[in-house]
Design a protein around this ligand. Structure first.
Ligand SMILES: Nc1ncnc2c1ncn2[C@@H]1O[C@H](COP(=O)(O)OP(=O)(O)OP(=O)(O)O)[C@@H](O)[C@H]1O
Ligand SMILES: [Mg+2]
Length: 114
């Protein structure tokens, strides 16, 4: 595994929010290549996570990729995963899954989706 340096303070803050029983929404922003994705990966490594990194493509293709990310968490053994009909349907599913256990939902590379 690649070396991961510093970021103790950031990880401490993220973990404190994770341990809070409430719903939390965090926005991580910064210059390109500053280490946002690496920080997220480190934070999520030991946690139940749905990780979706938006693609530089159409809304339809992104919905397909998002469906895959959710399904690979929900039904990791499924050979064929159904696709959500809309972003609303997909985003209604994640709180349902979070009822079962505390769950991290990552939406990386958000500008592509926007
Ligand atoms: N804490 C760290 N220790 C060591 N290497 C790191 C660390 N953070 C990031 N890197 C390395 O720096 C590079 C850029 O990091 P990363 O891809 O996480 O940046 P980013 O902010 O997500 O970039 P982008 O805005 O392009 O998505 C990667 O090669 C990554 O492995
Ligand atoms: Mg990134």
């Amino acid at each position: 595994m690649e070396k991961f340096y510093c970021r103790e303070e950031e990880l401490r803050k993220l973990n404190a929010r994770y341990e809070n029983e409430e719903f939390e929404c965090l926005i991580i922003y910064g210059r390109r290549r500053v280490g946002k994705t690496a920080l997220i990966n480190k934070f999520c490594a030991d946690k139940p996570t749905i990780f979706f990194s938006a693609l530089n493509t159409t809304g339809k293709e992104n919905l397909k990729a998002l469906s895959k990310a959710i399904m690979s968490y929900e039904k990791p053994d499924a050979v064929v995963a159904p696709e959500f009909k809309s972003y609303d349907d997909a985003s209604a599913q994640t709180p349902e899954l979070a009822r079962e256990q505390t769950l991290v939902f990552v939406l990386d590379a958000y500008p592509y989706l926007a």
